[in-house]
Design a protein around this ligand. Structure first.
Ligand code: ADP
Ligand code: MN
Ligand code: MN
Ligand code: MN
Length: 385
């Protein structure tokens, strides 16, 4: 029986923002999680252990089809455990499992809008070699090579997520050129967190094929440019039912009381983003409003009109690391990662390190999904500016 590849994916112990890691195991075909063996790795290389006691355990907790390889190949998301099987301190998913179980009867749904920024070497994708692009205004949901940069990667990513069975529900170009968003959900926890992490892994991995990296840093370019968030849309069964708006309003009071506590887990460097400008509320003030994109929490117009629905917490950074569990329900996700690359804006740009990789990745491959742009196409090999 032909073997398959299983890409074991886990979250490391980097602070303040954890990072994704993965390695490949060649195993017999697997029908369910029970067929996928536990595995180990060197925790001293991922800031999760010291050199003397470095072995950590990977326990498979979710498997999906690997959309980039052969049929039967898998992506396997893992929890990190100590060698004796107890939960590793960096493993916040174990905590989330408990919270999700405790508040199960609330039937909480989460829909997360993951914003991110493409980088080509040391500058945002599509930015000129010198100076800045035209000011923001025309880029959001734009079309055309002068406004939109990286759509081929975005489409390949959405396609891969769909093949993997991730509940991706949309994508759009964002306000800053080179910045994009995809949305996952609405689904329950811990599925939302699992799927978001897998979608992030796919984004980075597919970026490799195009020689482009993605960052979740919440304010990749200082100044008059939008930051990147992870708006979290949330509802419970009671909020979605007749008269649910009252439950939402009660939730607003509870969120306000715990504002500081939540900000602490909504991602590192979020203060650079939550300034009160660029469709954000200042980091130290809690305010909610109907249809208000300058508020901490927005209640969509449709929710107000219908008297029931959901609300949007606009505070989490794209790199959110929250696992807060307000008592009224659950607003929990396990830690969310980012690459903390920061755009070093210098007057003269020098390097384009991705060029060679870009070329080498343009080889066509038989396993490359047929619906994707050919890696041998001239478009892929031509750097667009
Ligand atoms: P925005 O107008 O803020 O850009 P988006 O369309 O990007 O909104 O994202 C809206 C998100 O809200 C989607 O992920 C969607 O699945 C989610 N959502 C819709 N209804 C609910 C609900 N009842 N509970 C939780 N999330 C929801
Ligand atoms: Mn959105
Ligand atoms: Mn957005
Ligand atoms: Mn939003």
């Amino acid at each position: 029986m032909a073997k398959i590849t299983a890409e074991y994916i886990w979250i490391d112990g980097q602070k303040p923002t954890a990072k994704l890691r993965s390695k490949t195991k060649i195993i017999d075909p697997a029908k369910s999680l029970a067929d996928i063996p536990e595995w180990g790795y060197d925790g001293s290389s991922t800031e999760q252990a010291t050199g003397h006691f470095s072995d950590l355990l990977l326990r498979p907790v979710k498997m999906v089809p690997d959309p980039l390889h052969r049929e039967g190949d898998l992506l396997v998301l893992c929890e990190v455990l100590m060698p004796d099987g107890t939960v590793h301190p960096s493993n916040t998913r174990a905590f989330l499992r408990q919270v999700a179980e405790r508040y199960k009867e609330q039937e909480a749904w989460f829909g997360i809008e993951q914003e991110y920024t493409f980088f080509d070497g040391n500058r945002p994708l599509g930015w000129p070699d010198h100076g800045f692009p035209a000011p923001q205004g025309g880029y959001y949901c734009g079309v055309g090579a002068d406004e939109v940069f990286g759509r081929d990667v975005v489409e390949a990513h959405a396609d891969a997520c769909m093949r993997a069975g991730i509940h991706i529900v949309g994508t759009n170009a964002e306000v800053m050129p080179g910045q994009w968003e995809f949305q996952v959900g609405a689904i329950t926890a811990p599925d939302i967190a699992d799927e978001l992490w897998l979608a992030r892994w796919l984004l980075y991995r597919i970026g490799e094929e195009f020689g482009i990296s993605a960052t979740l840093y919440p304010k990749p370019v200082k100044g008059d440019w939008n930051g990147a968030g992870a708006h979290t849309n949330f509802s419970t069964k009671a909020m979605r039912a007749e008269g649910g708006i009252k439950v939402i309003e009660e939730a607003m009071k509870k969120l306000e009381r715990r504002h500081d506590e939540h900000i602490k887990v909504y991602g590192a460097h979020n203060e650079e983003r939550l300034t009160g400008l660029h469709e954000t509320a200042p980091i130290h003030a809690f305010r909610y409003g109907v249809s208000d994109r300058g508020a901490s929490v927005r209640i969509p117009m449709a929710t107000t009109k219908e008297g029931r629905g959901y609300f949007e917490d606009r505070r989490p950074a794209a790199s959110r690391a929250d696992r807060a569990a307000p008592r009224w329900g659950l607003l929990a996700s396990w830690s969310f990662s980012s690459r903390s690359s920061q755009f070093p804006m210098t007057s003269r740009s020098t390097v384009i390190p991705s060029k060679r990789r870009w070329r080498s990745s343009c080889r066509s491959s038989s396993s490359w999904p047929a619906s994707w742009p050919s890696r041998a196409s001239s478009r892929c090999c031509t750097r667009r500016r």
